[in-house]
Design a protein around this ligand. Structure first.
Ligand code: SAH
Ligand code: SF4
Length: 330
């Protein structure tokens, strides 16, 4: 396993990138094989009480048109995705208090009627909520730590508390969820050292899934003048994560494809083994503008699935037909 200093050296040295990406690809192949797991992503509400400085959904952004998709429509979207062959549904939203614990439980139960694993990505909740969601059938939870640099965390998240984020991750682990976390790469004032600490953090908490995304500047946020994150640096953080946590699930993130037209395929060849195609109906897609220039805004769920499947096959990999639990559990 790499030490902190070694991780920092690799992140700072671009002359060994080919070696790094080739090694991460080999570690991926030996530990999780050539299957690529597709997770169908439903972005069901863009209403958010938080005010994360980087995010277009932040509550102070008055320029976006807000929407909520209600239970019956979410269920219909999930059913359609399951018919298309998705074995995992990911429900993602802003931190929207409308979706009370009871409402979420109903939605979870509806989706679990289909033959799918269910991932939630709806932010910080209480232990009791997380327990109720698990009891209702949720299998996995995604909540990125975003950065382990406490000062930077504070700058980026007014009115949020780093320790509460940690508490959420610990609660989810305790409750037996498969836990996904991750970080942004390229935030203003973010250091290489803190990115190394992020990777060590993923290892320390024994994450089951880690999503790494480059920061993309949104014009309607306080970071409108900040430069975008660097694609190669994000890819390097991802590749190092694969080397440090050989058998976890690592998505080729959509934000990578926003910065590089072939970003997800490059990521799949540098350590990633998961893709999360959007299965939300086309009419909502443009409104879930976490960052600008998101891909596939004018596409529908069928097109996205066919397009990504063809790309995966073109590099000699195959779309998995099992649920894609972590650590090769099937
Ligand atoms: N509200 C939930 C889930 C939706 S946000 C939560 O925050 O956990 C999902 C992810 O989008 C966040 O974890 C963040 O890392 C990412 N994100 C937000 N704004 C972004 C930006 N400008 N560029 C890249 N990724 C961004
Ligand atoms: Fe809300 Fe998540 Fe965006 Fe933060 S990152 S503003 S919690 S949607």
């Amino acid at each position: 396993m790499l030490k902190r200093d070694e991780i920092i050296n690799i992140l700072n040295d671009d002359t060994k990138n080919d070696w790094l990406f080739t090694l991460a690809n080999k570690v991926r192949k030996e530990n999780v094989g050539d299957n690529v797991h597709l997770r169908g992503l439903i972005e069901f509400s863009n209403i958010c009480n938080c005010n994360c400085k980087y995010c277009g959904l932040r509550c102070h952004n008055k320029k976006i048109e807000r929407y909520r998709i209600l239970k019956d429509e979410i269920t219909k979207i999930a059913k359609n995705a399951s018919k298309m062959g998705y074995k995992t549904i990911v429900l993602q939203s802003g931190e929207d208090a409308y979706y009370s614990s009871d409402k979420m439980i109903e939605i979870i139960k509806c989706i679990k009627q289909f033959d799918v694993a269910l991932t939630l990505s709806i932010g910080e909740r209480t232990y009791d909520d997380y327990k109720a969601f698990k009891d209702a059938g949720a299998d996995r939870y995604l909540i990125r730590i975003e950065t382990t640099d406490r000062n930077l965390y504070k700058q980026m998240h007014p009115n949020m508390d780093f320790d509460n984020r940690l508490r959420c991750l610990n609660d989810l682990k305790k409750l037996g969820y498969e836990v996904g976390t991750g970080c942004l790469v390229g935030l203003p004032n973010q250091t290489i050292e803190s990115l190394a600490d992020d990777i060590l953090f993923f290892k320390e908490i024994e994450a089951d899934m880690v999503g790494i995304g480059p920061f993309i500047s949104h014009p309607q946020t306080p970071l409108n003048n900040a430069p975008n994150g660097n694609f190669t640096l994000a890819l390097k953080v991802m590749a190092l994560t694969r080397i440090m946590l050989p058998d976890i699930n690592i998505p080729a993130t959509t934000a990578m494809e926003t910065l590089n037209p072939n970003g997800r395929i490059i990521a799949l060849q540098s350590g990633a083994n998961v893709v999360m195609p959007n299965v939300t109906s086309q009419k909502y897609r443009a409104k879930y503008e976490i960052y600008p220039n998101k891909i596939c805004l004018n596409d529908n769920p069928d097109k996205c699935r066919n397009c990504i499947s063809a790309k995966i096959e073109s590099i000699g990999r195959q779309v998995a037909t099992n649920y894609g639990y972590s650590h090769n559990k099937g």
